[in-house]
Design a protein around this ligand. Structure first.
Ligand code: SF4
Length: 774
């Protein structure tokens, strides 16, 4: 059996002890660390090699360890060979010493690997610490013989044996049993086999696939099943099932549970967001506050071993139970367990977001499969993940909270404020200014602020635990990190708002960063019921003309759905008050033909209120419900419960693009009709106008890319709530004069191609009455 690890993974796993590093800081240190590494390496003199790749295979009992890594520096001079390990630190200089064993351990391992490759009898091991605030350098040296280094290294591998065996046993069990996995249903639905085969072939060919798979095909099983088969055949190592919303994750859980009923063995970890799995009333990951972060690394290994030895399906409940037994953070435990899992079910963030992605997997390329569920959501999520914003007021507010004696930090903060003042001048003639270039002087000042703030937060000041200061520190670091991705698809926005100045790096098209992440894996399958027009999704989600794509027909029959378009009503903003009565009459005509549950999807909350009020005035005997703008999970479930009552007539008023317009599955008579008002255009917004201008330059389709395609996606998602199974029957009405223009007709799926244009409420009622009687 083989165990592959980097030197860093090996020593951190074995020797890391103590507390969890609180949120965000570890990533920042890593970024800052690489910059300083490069600087120190470039300053080295003599025969000095930096980033030297070293690798060694060692057999211990039944395990072949393959350990590799890059030594920061190797110096050859008249005294011999020195192996240098560089670390950055914010500790005050009088606290910097040679007591951190995990750092020495890393350097000893590189020393061993080098000594074996070059037959050195003796080496100098050097730890170099760079104090980020004072820029002082501290070095500590130890001389080690090859014999000493060998003894240390072999001891590390022996300590790791049980973990290597555990990992290998998991892998052997999954690969041998998953080969025998069979499709869990007696037959495939229409299109399902084609989809599953396409996914499998994509994985074999190490490609990506964009798949439009309409509701009813069974997307989750069609993607998970071939992926697990590929893992069983040794073609891939891990599957990441990526979700935009909790609701789709629960379908993936059910699918995994169904497959685990077969005689198979594979490990699944579900990663739940920190806020939702946290054991504290109010999350604060600072080890000084959270007892589950305090001493985490002293207790996590036993919990992890017990968890992995006993459980195949590690969902929130299982992880929380184990975490409580060992008094450790459940979120961090789920991340630790994910290293050993065959399947990881998580939010898009953990793969695509540069601020929270699972760097333990994605520092290097891996043999991973990414299944991106409801992939149309990745455009907006991608834009959010790769944009960053800072406001002058944030800095003004923390200025008062930093003690006067923190002189360097005050200076750095003042420099940032001066940059804000300069940027404000860009808005002399309008409140809003956009520049294609990143603002480099601003970035420089932010980097300096970040370094001084880091040092300050590391110091013993009680005030350093001020949450507001930490928030600004994290926001600054997020801004700096996003600057690394800045390319021709970004723009810098400067906005003046009274005394405030807001600066934003806005990612208009996230295709490059998303593409780079996808390259970390073997294959990515992006799928959704609404990926049309495909060129739009390819452009924004990192595909190109060569990327394989698949568009499957709906498994549903056109007889299951009656589609009506009313093109006599204008829902354009300026016409809304005039169209209110006509819309209400149309809704009434649609719902009168058959009692049951209907949803009216409105373009905004304000319009929703007006329409619902008018409807209630006109038809007080009809039960209505209105979506509230800020529903939490419980309220959402309570709202959906109303749809379980199927005898009477109930008209729900919900907002297009909201939580009831996507991801809800009201099968059978729980929902028999949807009435969609407007073409879903988002409100005019300066940022959307920038996207429009950007794409006008690229393909002359700016308005479609910024407004129309995203709007129509919301419309089709909402319409897709009605027919959820082969036995469902229902109606959809589209109300807006634009629906029958060529542009919008081309975007309607084939299932709706038999639509009828009916503008008279009486005739709508007649047509629907006969539809329901068929
Ligand atoms: S238990 Fe909660 S507060 Fe503590 S480390 Fe975990 S997520 Fe943070």
């Amino acid at each position: 059996m083989q165990c592959r690890l980097s030197v860093r993974e090996l020593v951190e796993f074995l020797f890391q002890s103590g507390d969890l590093v609180y949120s965000g800081q570890s990533v920042e240190r890593a970024n800052l660390g690489s910059r300083i590494h490069r600087m120190l390496q470039s300053q080295a003199t003599g025969d000095y090699q930096s980033e030297v790749y070293l690798k060694q295979e060692t057999i211990i009992e039944d395990v072949t360890f393959v350990i590799d890594g890059r030594a920061d520096g190797i110096l050859k001079d008249e005294h011999g060979i020195t192996i240098e390990e560089i670390k950055t630190t914010a500790l005050p200089h009088d606290e910097i010493n040679d007591s951190c064993f995990v750092h020495w351990a890393q350097a000893y391992c590189y020393g061993y690997l080098y000594a074996m490759q070059h037959a050195c009898e003796q080496l100098t091991i050097q730890l170099t610490y760079y104090q980020i605030e004072t820029k002082q350098i501290f070095t500590f040296q130890q001389v080690k013989t090859q014999e000493q280094l060998t003894a240390f290294y072999l001891d590390c591998l022996k300590q790791h044996l049980r973990w290597a065996r555990l990992s290998q046993n998991i892998r052997i069990a999954s690969s041998t049993t998953l080969k025998k996995l069979t499709f869990p249903f007696s037959s495939y639905r229409k299109g399902q086999r084609q989809f599953a085969v396409a996914v499998y072939k994509t994985i074999l060919d190490k490609q990506n696939l964009f798949a439009q798979a309409p509701t009813g095909i069974g997307k989750t099983i069609s993607t998970i099943f071939p992926s697990l088969k590929a893992i069983g055949e040794g073609k891939a190592e891990k599957l990441f099932y990526l979700c935009a919303k909790n609701i789709t994750a629960s379908v993936a859980y059910d699918t995994i549970a169904l497959l685990q009923k077969q005689d198979v063995s594979f490990k699944t970890v579900c990663i739940t967001a920190k806020d939702k799995i946290c054991l504290l009333e109010e999350r604060n990951c600072d080890p000084k506050v959270c007892p589950y972060a305090k001493g985490y690394y002293d207790r996590n290994k036993n919990a992890l071993y017990e968890l992995l030895s006993g459980e195949d399906f590690m969902n929130k409940e299982v992880i929380v139970h184990m975490a409580k037994q060992h008094d450790i953070c459940p979120f961090e435990l789920s991340l630790d367990a994910s290293l050993y899992a065959d399947v990881i079910i998580c939010d898009y963030n953990y793969v695509f977001d540069p601020h929270v992605y699972l760097k333990r997997f994605f520092m290097e390329k891996g043999n991973y499969i990414f299944l991106v569920d409801e992939a149309h959501n990745l455009i907006d999520r991608g834009r959010e993940m790769y944009s960053a914003v800072l406001e002058k007021e944030q800095f003004l507010s923390i200025r008062k909270k930093i003690p006067k004696d923190a002189v360097l930090l005050h200076k750095a903060l003042q420099a940032v404020l001066s940059e804000f003042a300069k940027l404000k001048k860009c808005c002399e003639y309008s409140d809003f200014f956009a520049d294609e270039e990143p603002c480099l002087p601003f970035l420089e000042k932010l980097e300096s602020f970040s370094e001084h703030c880091d040092a300050y937060l590391q110091s013993e000041h009680e005030e350093s635990h001020d949450d507001e200061l930490k928030d600004v520190y994290f926001a600054v670091n997020a801004y700096i990190r996003i600057a690394d991705y800045y390319d021709e698809h970004f723009v810098t926005l400067i906005q003046k708002d009274a005394n405030n100045v807001i600066v934003k790096q806005f990612c208009m098209n996230p295709r490059h960063p998303l593409q780079n992440i996808m390259k970390k894996g073997r294959s990515t399958i992006l799928f959704s019921a609404t990926l049309s027009p495909i060129d739009y999704y390819l452009e924004l989600l990192g595909g190109d003309e060569k990327t394989p794509r698949l568009s499957l027909p709906s498994p549903f029959a056109k007889q299951q759905i009656k589609v009506i378009i009313n093109n006599a009503i204008s829902t354009k903003y300026r016409n809304r008050s005039h169209s209110l009565i006509a819309i209400v009459e149309m809704i009434h005509a649609c719902v009168l033909a058959k009692a049951g549950n209907y949803i009216v999807f409105c373009p905004s909350y304000a319009y929703l209120q007006q329409i619902a009020e008018e409807f209630a005035n006109q038809y007080p005997d009809i039960a209505i419900s209105i979506q509230d703008g800020n529903m939490n999970d419980e309220q959402k479930q309570a709202y959906l419960k109303q749809f379980e009552e199927m005898d009477g007539l109930h008209v729900a008023f919900c907002v297009l693009g909201g939580m009831f317009a996507e991801g809800i599955d009201l099968k059978g008579d729980r929902l028999i009709g949807a009435i969609i008002i407007g073409v879903g255009l988002p409100k005019l917004h300066p940022q959307l106008d920038l996207i429009k201008a950007h794409f006008d330059e690229i393909n002359q389709m700016g308005y479609a890319y910024a407004y129309q395609f995203p709007g129509m996606n919301k419309v089709l998602q909402a319409a897709g709530r009605v027919i959820r199974s082969l036995s469902d029957k229902g109606m959809v009405a589209f109300i807006d004069e634009r629906f029958t223009t060529r542009f919008y007709r081309n975007l309607l799926p084939i299932l709706y191609a038999h639509y009828e244009i009916i503008n008279e409420p009486q005739r709508v009622y007649t047509v629907l009455s006969s539809f329901w009687q068929e």
